[in-house]
Write a protein that binds this ligand. Sequence first.
Ligand code: DON
Length: 606
Amino acid sequence: MNLRIVTCWPPKLLLAASAGWAQDDGDLATAVTTHREMVVTANPLATAAGAHILKIGGTAVDAMVAVQTVLGLVEPQSTGIGGGAFIVYYDAKHQQTITLDAREKAPAAATEDRFVNAGGFTNAWQSGLSVGVPGVPRMMEHMHAKYGRLPWQRLFVPAKVMAQRGFALTERTSSQVAGLLAANPSCADGERLFFRDPVAFEYFVNTDDCTAKPAGTRMINKPYANTLKALARWGADAFYHGPIAEDIAAAVQGDLNIPGDMTTDDLANYQVVEREPVCMYYRGHRVCGMGPPSSGGLAVGQILGLMENRPDLMGSDPLDVDTVHLFTQAGRLAFADRNQYVGDSDFVSVPVAGMLDEGYLADRAALITETDMGPADPGIPPGVVGPSGPHNAAKLSGTSHVSIVDRYGNALSMTTTVESSFGNGVMVRGFLLNNELTDFSFAPTDNQGNPVANRVQPNKRPRSSMSPTLVFDADGKVELVTGSPGGSRIIGYTAQSIVNVIDFGLDPQEAINVPHYMNRNGRTDIEEPIPGITLEYDAQALADALEAKGHNVGIIAQTSGLSIIQVVESEYHKKGKKNGKGRKHHHHRLLIGGADKRRDGTVGGR
Ligand code: DON
């Protein structure tokens, strides 16, 4: 089956023409279109800051710095300068795609048994053990030095002004504070686990009655403004050396729950790494994502590659039981491999090329039948070295995706995170510390004693599911920028967004509005419809149809946060002068943006 992507305007017409797809949009969000530049983020203030930087001539990277610093203030449950990020970036001038690994690192003192006796996930999460050396400040500096255009200091202005003058707390932040407070057995000092840190407690909570500050509260964060001033003036060194680094190490080592072992040397030694993108072809489109330590690019690529191998099983509508079945079976196989093989490739051997090898994917795809295959075993991709054990964890909440295209043709896809909601819950100088190290396998070996690829090791980066992705057309032009938060569900959200656009001709917003489905090699989950947010559909009927194919189905609420930009290039000839000469060749570019209304996503630009 060779299905087409939207190549001309308006995509709506193509949508209406796509087989079997009858949609009543109702009040659902519709795509935003611009011509020059576009930014999509999970928060309107961050989108506005990014759009402003683009408007004054900034590059996608300039806008990203403004967006990232604002998100750290207004969406602190998800991302910030105390966290890490991955970027897939298309540099138009050099026609080159790079990825940047700004993943947090384990301290040098970390050992394999770090989490073995930590008292389970929650206790480890809310502790000093979970904090990885942050990557975001170095990431911003590295990217700006290579791809920025506006002065570095200029990019911090929006966040600094907002931190000083105040901004309105969002409903999302407030309700997530309330959710964590409710999980505390007691609110008393010394007895709280969530918001145990008195600084974070005072910032987010009405301390007299222990309730979350309500949505709309004017939040002022002077310490954050001061941290940004230091970063703006002295660059990332202001974060990794000197008083800020000393405060981070002290907060980690002095954690009120379980002290950690991060030192100022760990901070001083942190480096971001440029890595090759992981690319594959899907129906003639080149899909490029993030390689290890993220499992995102490999797992998204495997899902797509497996699907392309089975046109006989593909449906004609995004919510067809056939489409959902094929997607979930591909998900099972991809997660089996991901769990088995992916870890930080600076420490363990990951068969990156083998996992996307065409012959290998064809063999794996042959395992898919008309009924649910049940738990898939990992395959043996070309290039596997030695035995390894799986790490099957699946987690939720605390990440943001940013998609940007600038007027120069550069495209940036960044997923940025503090891991769980509000990271590890400790605030230093106005920002929260991450708990990214809980992305490591808590068990260093499997039941047979094989070392787990994603076990803790000193200075190692934990495996991620973050899947910032760029898709290119046959001419090598960027045609899609996509990615999402959602823990290991990120992989399914991102893959499904690509299928929705490429196979079904949906525009970015329509692609986001389709309810999600996936199988992470366990249960098949389908998303319950959310009125006004997702397409209405009969989830029970889909569940019944899947169960008839042997699936065990859960109908669940989901936490995606896709930010998608589609780039539509068209060229046309316009008649020139009367004498027939001068037929003009016009190049026309449209940017079509979609944001996830399951979160506070917005699209900006001109
Ligand atoms: O890197 C990862 O895969 C996770 N730390 C991401 C966490 C996440 O997406 C939570 N999101 N809602």
